[in-house]
Design a protein around this ligand. Structure first.
Ligand SMILES: [Zn+2]
Length: 156
């Protein structure tokens, strides 16, 4: 099993491997990374892959692209437990699990239409993580709590 995993990751020369995505979530991850149509880079997607750790998982490999912290935070919100491997010259130079920050701003929209962050005031959204499992977020301004699909639907 370990060997199989290594082989899969070694296929790309340079870029990012997002592994251990909860099964069925790969397309949502692509959507939040704005990967649709031809983005000029090779993207490989494996859905419903056998995994020792999860039973089943999805895997995405993106060549020539390194994700920024806001993208990693978004992945943490919709695919908790996913691991990121940064690949250079077929070698993994960095590997870590995505982590939901305790507080963050600008990556999701508050679902309360009356919230100041949805007004014309140009206030950037800001959330506090109330619970990671299950995931519950609370708006810093209006205190609206969001969870599950509501979070996914409001990712910017
Ligand atoms: Zn709010």
């Amino acid at each position: 099993m370990e060997k199989e995993k290594t082989l899969k990751i070694e296929k790309i020369k340079k870029g990012t491997v997002i592994d251990h995505i909860p099964v069925g979530r790969a397309l949502k991850v692509l959507k939040i990374l704005n990967i649709e149509g031809d983005i000029g880079q090779t993207v490989s997607i494996a859905i419903h892959v056998k995994s020792q750790k999860l039973g089943l998982k999805d895997v995405i490999k993106i060549e020539e692209r390194i994700l920024d912290s806001s993208e990693l935070n978004k992945i943490a919100l919709i695919a908790g437990g996913a691991t990121i491997s940064i690949v250079e010259d077929y070698d993994i130079v960095n590997k870590f699990e995505v982590e939901i920050p305790n507080e963050f701003s600008g990556i999701i929209k508050c679902s309360n239409p009356k919230c100041i962050t949805n007004s014309n005031e140009r206030v950037k959204s800001r959330f506090v993580t109330v619970s990671k499992k299950p995931l519950i977020l609370k708006c810093h301004y209006c205190e609206r709590e969001m969870e599950g699909e509501e979070i996914e639907e409001n990712i910017i």
